[in-house]
Design a protein around this ligand. Structure first.
Ligand code: GLN
Length: 306
């Protein structure tokens, strides 16, 4: 029997509005993200049957930031296949998303594709294979959610570019170990443009559906094989929430990926994809209201992947 998603979502939105998240704040190291109204909240479920349920600011576009890393990885995997795993490992990092420590210790090979170092290396691989690497992830997302208008928000891109020294340091460190193929500046430009893609929660839930539906997207196209989709979900489960991944598995229990714009995408395979968006972040850089909402969701439906 299918849950009554419409009333579950309405109840979650009411409870989130009433709750205080005293220590959570918008990301401010990218100044354009600090300017987004903090009380925005959207929650969208796309069921494998095609049904869609939405509450809140579901049609307001925001910066998808590290949620893009999932789609960049899928795009790279489709073109490089398993060779990709020579360049990026598949282990949780246990440190911040923008940390350099393990990268130094592990000779420029990133722990996983969802920390910044790994995503920059994936971007490097895309740069070697696609004619227009600054736009290829946005075009791919446009196909996945069937909105060809998906674009980079130029103000967010410029804001991150002007404050991007840490990501440049990560890229130069990888380059110094001989682990980056393309020039650092062109790779970080493509990376910042990918992070600055603007989408709505509804579009992101639609774009994520293939991960809940054995690799099949909302228009019936096979995006990845069913086994590849399972593997992406395994990576999200173990590496998708940075250093909050253990707590998230404990309290929510679904494969998910967050971004510092405040979005989290997730899936219950065979059932639905979900996107929640609310800009205030906890200490690990994950949306605090977003995590609370997803916990309420898996509690209400009485299921997680466990
Ligand atoms: N563009 C951001 C950065 O590189 C992405 C980080 C994130 O969303 N966790 O710092």
């Amino acid at each position: 029997m299918r849950a009554d998603y419409a009333s579950i979502l309405a109840d979650i939105a009411t409870r989130i509005k009433q709750r205080d998240f005293p220590n959570a704040r918008n990301a401010d190291y990218i100044p354009a993200l600090a300017a987004v109204p903090s009380d925005r909240f959207a929650l969208v479920i796309r069921h494998v049957s095609g049904a869609e349920f939405a509450i809140g600011d579901a049609d307001i576009a925001f910066s998808i930031q590290s949620v893009s890393k999932v789609f960049a990885l899928v795009l790279a995997l489709r073109s490089c296949g398993d060779d990709l795993w020579q360049a990026v490992r598949r282990e949780p990092s246990g440190s911040a998303f923008n940390s350099l420590i393990l990268l130094e210790q592990e000779e420029g090979i990133p722990r996983n594709p969802f920390i910044n170092a790994g995503a920059i290396r994936v971007c490097d691989m895309i740069s070697s294979r696609f004619a227009n690497p600054d736009r290829s992830v946005a075009e791919f997302l446009g196909r996945l959610c069937t909105n060809p208008e998906i674009r980079t928000d130029n103000d967010v891109y410029l804001s991150e570019d002007q404050h991007g020294n840490r990501n440049r340091a990560i890229a130069y460190l990888m380059k110094s170990f001989g682990k980056l193929d393309n020039p650092v500046e062109s790779v970080v430009r493509a990376y910042f443009k990918q992070c600055a893609i603007a989408m709505t929660a509804r579009e992101l839930a639609r774009a994520t559906l293939f991960l809940a539906n054995q690799g099949v997207g909302i228009d019936g196209t096979q995006i990845l094989s069913a086994s590849e989709a399972r593997r992406i979900n395994a990576l999200m489960l173990t590496c998708g929430m940075y250093d909050g991944v253990g707590d998230f598995a404990f309290s929510v229990g679904i494969p998910a990926k967050s971004g510092v714009g405040g979005a989290i995408i997730g899936v219950i395979p065979g059932e639905f994809s979900v996107c929640v968006w609310s800009p205030r972040l906890d200490g690990s850089g994950n949306s605090a209201p977003g995590i609370a909402a997803l916990e309420m969701l898996t509690d209400a439906i009485g299921r997680s992947v466990f």
